[in-house]
Structures are given as C-alpha cells and as structure tokens.
Design a protein around this ligand. Structure first.
Ligand code: GTB
Length: 217
C-alpha cells in the first residue's frame, strides 16, 4: 500500500528542506517506498479534517490504510521498522539507534528550535538582542557535546541508520545561523547525510513541490 504524507502547501522556507516532511520523505526514499504527498495550507491544518489526523494541527502526518501517524520521529521509526536498512537487526544495536533518535529529537532539537524561534519569531521583541546570544550558546554547548562524541566516526553508531537520518535532519536547522560550521566534524557529518542519493531525491521532491520547479543543476 502506498502511504500518503502531508506537507506544507508552500513551505515558509521556500523549499530549503527544513520543514519536517523532508525527513519523512528521506526515510521513505532510503526504504525505497513510493509515497504520495497531500499539500495542506496553514488554514486547513487547523480544520477538523486535518485535526482528526494530527491532534496539534501540524504536518507531517502519515496515512497507510487504516494507520494514521503523526510526529516525524514516530513516522521515521515506523518506516525503519518495516523496511530493511535503517534499523539494525541486532537487538542492542537497534536499541542504541533508537536511543540516538530520541537524543536527536529530545536533547539536540529543542535548543535548535529555541534558536529558530528567537531569530525569526522574536526578532522584533525588545529583549531579543539580549536573549539571542544566550540561546545560541545553548546550541553551541549541545553541539560541542555531540561533536566530541561523534569524533572522527562516519555515523553515530556503526552503519548509517535512522539515528543519523534524524540527527542530520535536526542539525540542518542550525546551518542558517552559521553555528554548524563552528563544528567541522558535524558539518562534514551533515554533508555526508546530504550526499546520500535518498536525501538528494527527498530534497529534490520537496523543492519541486514547494517551488513548482525542478531543482537546478
Ligand atoms: N514534533 C513534531 C514533529 O516532529 O512532527 C513537530 C511538527 C511541526 O512542528 N510541524 C510544523 C508545522 O506544522 C512544520 S515543521 N507548523 C505549523 C503549525 O504549527 O501551525 C517546522 C518548520 C516550519 C517551518 C520551517 N521553515 O520555514 O524553515 C522549518 C520547520
């Protein structure tokens, strides 16, 4: 059965791939699973039909027959559980990959989201100038810990897995701030993720979806 995911009708990032449908597209591409995308406007996200799929009125959602999922991490985990290649078979390795997925979403992503909020939504607040460096330093602190753990390794735990797909997706959001490049091993890690053919296909698909144009070059 071909699953259907939802995505912004027009992503506010204009196709930079930072909205969370991109990570789900990436997982589906890694899995070799064809999928359909249903565009949702900001208004439609808050209407009953979409709220029935997503209790918080957001994207992405995932529909596959009777199954309806929301939360990008849960969707990636579902895809990884049903297709080879994103989750190791060996139970301890599998548990470590799941741990890294939680770490990406619960420990690394929150300060990054705070920084995006501070830079974009709160930029006009009188206290923004004072707060921004504090929030940026929290991101630096977290990335310095991640950088130390990754060291020279190619991926977080052995072969590329759903852990890396999730972590790279989370780290991509630090690029506009310039902070990612302060950590050369993390910048190289993200570049390795982006170089994967499945990521390239996912990015190109969301680009075409958001711009109506094929990707240049
Ligand atoms: N925890 C949920 C998950 O992981 O799925 C969070 C889902 C979420 O935040 N969805 C956002 C959304 O639907 C889109 S991805 N927002 C609309 C709303 O809440 O009304 C967040 C996002 C939005 C825009 C950019 N951008 O333009 O760069 C990047 C990321």
């Amino acid at each position: 059965m071909i699953p259907t995911i939802t995505a912004f009708e027009r992503s506010p990032d204009g196709g930079k791939g930072l909205a969370r449908d991109t990570r789900v597209r990436w997982a589906l591409e890694e899995a070799g699973q064809p999928y359909r995308v249903r565009p949702v406007s900001f208004a439609a996200m808050k209407e009953p039909a979409h709220m029935a799929l997503h209790p918080f009125g957001q994207i992405p959602t995932y529909e596959e027959g009777d199954l309806v999922l929301f939360e990008s991490g849960a969707i990636i985990f579902h895809i990884a559980s049903r297709h080879a290649g994103l989750l190791p078979e060996e139970p301890n390795a599998r548990a470590r990959v799941i741990t890294w997925m939680f770490a990406a979403l619960n420990t690394v992503e929150p300060p990054i989201l705070d920084l995006s909020t501070a830079r974009i939504m709160e930029a006009d607040k009188p206290w923004a100038e004072e707060r921004l460096p504090l929030v940026a330093d929290r991101v630096r602190h977290r990335l310095s810990q991640l950088s130390a753990r990754l060291g020279d390794a190619e991926w977080l735990d052995g072969a590329f897995s759903a852990a890396d797909l999730t972590m790279v997706s989370v780290l991509l959001r630090t690029r506009p701030s310039g902070i990612l490049n302060e950590f050369p091993n993390l910048a190289a890690y993200v570049a390795r993720g982006e170089a994967r053919p499945a990521y390239q296909r996912a990015f190109a698909a969301q680009w075409a979806f958001n711009t109506g144009q094929p990707q240049a070059g």
